[in-house]
Design a protein around this ligand. Sequence first.
Ligand code: ATP
Ligand code: MG
Length: 382
Amino acid sequence: MSGDRAGTKQFDVGIAGAGQLARMTCLAAWPLGLRVGVLGQPGEPAVPMAAGLVEGDWQSAEDVARLGAVSGVVTLENEFVEASALAAVEAAGTPVRPGADALARVQDKALQKEMLRDAGLAVPRFMVAASADAAVAAGEQLGWPLMLKARKRGYDGYGNATCESTTDVGPAFERLDAGEGVLVEEWVPFVRELAVMIARRPSGGSLAYPIVETRQSHHVCHEVLVPAPSEPAVIAAAGELAAAAAEAAEGLGVTGVEMFELEDGRVMVNELAPRPHNSGHYSIEACETSQFENHLRGVLDLPLGSVALRQPGAAMVNLLGTYEGPANPTIGAPLAIPKSHLHLYGKTDVRIRRKMGHVTALGPDADTALDIAERAAGEVGL
Ligand code: ATP
Ligand code: MG
């Protein structure tokens, strides 16, 4: 028997989760004849698109072990899976990509920043504060406003607090500390936020998608412009920094790298995501190979696909919930807008700022594409 898929298990790839990132990864798998299993509950976004469901919870080491037992390789859609649970999967003989040790360093924002700094890469000045008093002292050194970040499990800004002065620090520390202290960062007066997906495979080889501009509202990614409108020298520097960061983090498959661009053209890493990333969703229509397909190729150690843009510009707008209640999206009106591509994640309940879907548009430049995507997104009514 020949063939270069992972082997004889039920699934070629198992994803420890079943949200929208797993859903879009499953969709990318079918044309390649790959079987992707997901770990989650019936009703979650990825379940109808998966080759099979391992019913359980990615927060349970036992359930992650069951996923490993039926998968050729295990990968992630979020970085919060306990590294020890993934180490047990590796010990039982199933590769985990990215690996459990690499994940342990990335899933803790303090260890991640130390790892990047120790690799000689530009990051904001930071400290780890074990108490509110220590955070105040850090603020006196790093200046105000000051960013406090939970070390683990922060996403969409839920783990962050901006402190304007010493009086904000106590309550923020209380909220964010889970017993190991918090990450304290200087406030970065960025002119723009940049992001890029880096695809890597275990036997060597890596590719960088175009550098994009991300625009957040309330700390949540709202819009993505492709390519970023930065100077060529900034784009080149960001590409080098991101590739080095993904390598230092031992990323496999796709690593998302979020960066700050400063007024003087310098770039710094904000954070890494060891998995496909919201700012790469545009690649489904805009690139020769989507981030989800390249994630699969990377974790299976298959040749990576071209990341070239199909058109000079693209934009993506997230559909973020604007109310609390059952989802009842309008589909016809956005579909009537030419050159827009609608993605709904199948979530039945809307919550304020919950990621419900996204719209991508392609065009001669990013701004033209953004206009189209914004118009279509405005019609969905979520
Ligand atoms: P997400 O899940 O949305 O990627 P997150 O919750 O992990 O985010 P971060 O990426 O650390 O949090 O921060 C969210 C946003 O807050 C950033 O995109 C940026 O706009 C702002 N931010 C974070 N750190 C800083 C900083 N040091 N200075 C200024 N702004 C910051
Ligand atoms: Mg972020």
